[in-house]
Design a protein around this ligand. Structure first.
Ligand code: F6P
Length: 364
């Protein structure tokens, strides 16, 4: 029997389990491949004793509808920066990538499928350059990978955020309030823009368009002058004012290398008040709710296609590549190409035109 190893890395995202199920079901059809899962990304391989489980039909039954990942995940450490506590109590990051590639070959894994976002796929590319037979599957609610039209998990996050806008509208209207809702997305405004259009927000602020507080104030005041007496703003966590800074802080979690975004809703609220806004304002950070729960049907289907395709790539020996969704088709792209460019919202896109076309103020 040939052996494939699957792992999920980075922040969790609805649809991960559907990918795992797609991989295992397709492998089982061949009769000569079996699939294993490494727990918590690469940690399961590197820990002693190892945490690697066999993924058979019993394990994957019904998991396509479940959020999270049955293999667990982590945003810390990894084979290139494995945290080790020194005798003086400080943490040191060591590179265990060569050792890990050797271990995987010695254990007889002929293919590794890494389901992860841009950071995880950069690790995949580096491991491929070290001779590992690796395949990438793109995941993130942020939709910020440029090689694929959509990542699974994004649509679920948009549903949750749009539903939240709908709910905030009724409470904003009842109290004549301005509600500011902050959504995730890192340096891309995909979730914010989709939720603002779907929910009919008055203002949408995204990282791609640094906002002018005067324009935002003018738009909101205009609504109050017209006696509409309430308004909704959707702001992406990575948005910033013209000449302003992204609201972020370093994490004190060992091995966590990303900055933690969050809090721009409160900053915008303070800026509006400082600029003269006198009506009631409430801020709401939607946070990890956007990543939780069951994937939408669209995400389950996209994730299943990615899983089946990734297993077919393993069968065909197509390594160093990532599966992608392009022009309504499932294709492959090199990991190198997949990790080269960040997927920002294009200001020329029809999505932006549509937002402007229905009168949403984008803060410029
Ligand atoms: O990349 C997915 C994401 O949810 C971002 O939208 C967000 O900024 C980040 O992860 C949050 O990370 P964590 O789960 O580590 O707090």
């Amino acid at each position: 029997m040939k052996k494939a190893l699957v792992l999920t890395g980075g922040g969790d995202c609805p649809g991960l389990n559907a990918v795992i199920r797609g991989i295992v079901k397709r492998a089982n059809q061949t009769g000569d491949w079996e699939v294993y899962g490494s727990m918590e990304a690469y940690n399961g391989i590197l820990r002693d004793p190892q945490e690697i489980i066999k993924l058979d039909n019993g394990v994957i039954a019904g998991i396509h509808a479940k959020g999270g990942t049955i293999l667990k995940t982590t945003t810390k450490g990894g084979p290139f920066s494995w945290p080790v506590k020194r005798e003086d109590g400080e943490w040191e990051m060591i590179d265990r990538s060569d050792e890990m590639v050797k271990m995987l070959k010695a254990d007889g894994f002929e293919a590794v499928i890494s389901i992860g976002g841009d950071g995880s796929q950069r690790i995949s590319q580096s491991l491929y350059e070290k001779g590992l037979n690796i395949i990438g599957v793109p995941k993130t609610i942020d939709n910020d990978l440029s090689a694929t039209d959509y990542t699974f998990g994004f649509q679920t996050a948009v549903e949750i955020a749009s539903d939240a806008v709908d709910k905030l509208v009724t409470t904003a209207e009842s109290h004549h309030r301005l509600m500011i809702m902050e959504v995730m997305g890192r340096s891309a405004g995909w979730i914010a823009l989709h939720a603002a259009i779907a929910g009919g927000a008055e203002v949408c602020l995204i990282p791609e368009i640094p906002y002018d507080i005067g324009s935002v104030l003018e738009r909101i005041e205009g609504r109050y002058r017209r006696n509409q007496g309430f308004a909704n703003i959707v702001i992406a966590e990575g948005a910033k004012a013209k000449d302003g800074q992204v609201v972020a802080k370093a994490s004190d979690e060992v091995g966590y290398e990303n900055v933690r975004l969050g809090g721009v809703a409160y900053q915008l609220s303070a800026e509006l008040k400082a600029a003269g806004f006198t009506h009631d304002v409430r801020e709401m950070v939607l946070g990890h709710l956007q990543r939780g729960g069951s994937p939408t049907a669209f995400d389950r289907i996209l994730a299943t296609q990615f899983g089946v395709k990734a297993m077919e790539m393993a069968i065909d020996g197509e390594f160093g590549k990532m599966v992608a969704f392009r022009n309504n088709d499932i294709v492959t792209v090199s990991l190198k190409e997949a990790t080269e460019a960040y997927n920002f919202v294009s200001l020329d896109s029809y999505l932006v035109k549509a937002a402007r076309g229905v009168g949403i103020c984008l803060g410029d």
